[in-house]
Design a protein around this ligand. Structure first.
Ligand code: BG6
Ligand code: MG
Length: 215
């Protein structure tokens, strides 16, 4: 791909394994509420905003709850999640993630975060990379969540890059849709059935081949 100026990386599930913590926190809430929930159901929640995640988790049970109860459950899940974040250290990069960041910078590319999470800064601080990025676009930056392209367009704009000069790296189905909707190059991390609609797909972050993407 010619003329690539910047990479926009999703955080949860690409740089660190917080996708697992999100699952465990939702699972605890679902158990408390007596709502069935498992790893398979969790696949739909990848990359999805906190509120939409809860709506998907509750499914047909959603109508049982008042708005106040919904907000309380979002808070409760976030409390469980933030407890788990306290255990993250600079050792908790997914394999290949730290090397990918350094390789991108070494090639003179700009690098941003494009994440739906309102906990992005906490996670980046725990990993020790809060100052690494040229731009951070997170759950506070835009109102329209993935699969809308807004979170990535915000990042591109903050880096002074055009959408077509940007490569997005995503582990979520909704994130790949968002990148394509934004007119960006999409790199999917994960199985074909989840991210096979991306321009490039790799099984894990460690498998990402920059030479192939930038050729
Ligand atoms: C995304 C995660 O990065 O952020 C989702 O993939 C999560 O699982 C979403 O629901 C919102 O995160 P938070 O931290 O604001 O609840
Ligand atoms: Mg993700």
């Amino acid at each position: 791909m010619q003329n690539i100026a910047a990479f926009i990386l999703d955080l949860d599930g690409v740089i660190t394994d917080t996708a697992e913590y999100h699952y465990l926190a939702w699972k605890r809430l679902a158990d408390e509420e007596g709502v069935p929930f498992d790893r398979e159901a969790n696949e739909q929640l990848r990359g999805v905003s906190r509120r939409r995640s809860l709506e998907l988790l509750l499914g047909e049970h959603l109508g049982r709850y008042t708005e106040e109860e919904i907000l309380e459950m979002m808070d409760r899940k976030n409390g469980y999640y933030r407890e788990m974040l306290k255990t993250i250290t600079a050792r908790d990069f997914l394999p290949g993630a730290r090397a990918l960041l350094d390789a991108l910078k070494a090639r003179g590319l700009k690098v941003a975060i494009g994440s739906a999470s309102k906990n992005t800064m906490t996670v980046l601080e725990r990993l020790g990379i809060a100052d690494f990025f040229d731009a951070i676009s997170d759950g506070y930056s835009v109102t329209k969540a993935k699969p809308a392209p807004d979170v990535f367009l915000f990042a591109a704009d903050a880096m002074g890059a055009l959408p077509e000069q940007c490569v997005v790296v995503e582990d979520a189905q909704s994130g790949v849709v968002a990148a394509l909707a934004g007119g960006m190059i999409a790199v999917g991390v994960g199985p074909e059935e989840r991210v096979g609609h991306a321009h490039f797909r790799y099984d894990t972050t460690a498998d990402i081949d920059l030479d192939e993407i930038l050729a």
